[in-house]
Design a protein around this ligand. Structure first.
Ligand code: GLY
Length: 274
């Protein structure tokens, strides 16, 4: 399956499930001094999550062009060290603005990956927020993954760094649940397909999809001091890396070997020889 077909399948799946398909926003965000470049699909909906803007739809899906080369989400330092980072990438996303919440977000993700894309369930791992003094543990997401079909031992808790998402120092945010994919040769072997690789070293297991349960607005109360206020309505923001999903579907071991990026690498190589 080509990268273009994966993008199309994703958007068609969510359109069929009541989502308005919207275009990618420009890479330079309009009217947002908190961001230099667009870093996620949710950027163009920031004011909708905050309740400052209304659209004539409550569910959306997009394939958003993103740059992560600085700021809160900076992939620049990982480029060349891992097989899965670029500074520019496309993020497939589905969004709910006060409409569905955790249960549907989890069921859509499971259905799309397992039933539509036919991914091997043995290769999937899930992470949920473990909780801290400010935000409680997301035991609900854990239960919902089990209900959807995940094995309990495949659901792991992590802290703020991996399982609480915010687009910048301030703005909409919330606990998130990530879907990781084991890329190794022995999915049936628990010594190899091991939890230590999830959010661990190397590319043995790779995050493919992040489901953010948008519940808070992070505001600055004094220089360097922040607090979380509830959003007007619990919402959903997800991000599935198109190049990573293409890597999985094409059975290659690097984003740069997918049909989305390989031609650019080859073209650049030709130019450098000429
Ligand atoms: N907004 C979700 C993500 O960037 O993963």
């Amino acid at each position: 399956m080509t990268g273009n077909e994966i993008r199309r399948k994703f958007l068609e799946y969510f359109e069929k499930n009541g989502h308005k398909v919207v275009h990618s926003a420009p890479l330079l965000p309009a009217n947002d001094p908190t961001l230099l470049f667009t870093n996620a699909g949710m950027n163009q909906f920031k004011d909708v999550f905050l309740g400052n803007e209304k659209r004539d739809y409550v569910r959306a899906a997009s394939s958003q062009k993103c740059i992560r080369a600085g700021g809160k989400h900076n992939d620049l330092d990982e480029v060349g060290k891992t097989a899965r980072h670029q500074t520019f990438f496309e993020m497939l996303g589905n969004f709910s603005f006060g409409d569905y919440f955790k249960e549907d977000a989890i069921n859509f993700a499971w259905d799309f990956l397992v039933n539509e894309m036919k991914l091997d369930v043995n290769r999937l791992w899930f992470t949920v927020f473990e909780g801290d003094g400010e935000v409680p543990a997301d035991t609900e997401a854990r239960e919902l993954w089990i209900k959807a079909g995940a094995r309990p031992e495949r659901i792991l808790p992590f802290g703020r760094k991996d399982n609480f998402w915010q687009m910048a120092e301030t703005g909409p945010c919330g606990p998130n649940s990530e879907i990781n994919y084991y890329l190794g040769d022995e999915p049936e072997n628990p010594e190899k397909n091991h939890p230590k690789w999830v959010n661990g070293e190397g590319d043995t297991t790779m995050e493919i999809w992040n489901l953010v349960f948008m519940q808070y607005n992070r505001i600055e109360t004094a220089p360097g001091h922040y607090k979380l206020e509830p959003l007007p309505a619990p919402s959903v923001d997800t991000g599935l890396g198109l190049e990573r999903m293409t890597l999985v579907m094409q059975g290659v071991s690097s984003n740069y070997d997918t049909d989305l990026l390989r031609p650019i690498v080859e073209f650049t190589a030709e130019l450098s020889q000429g």
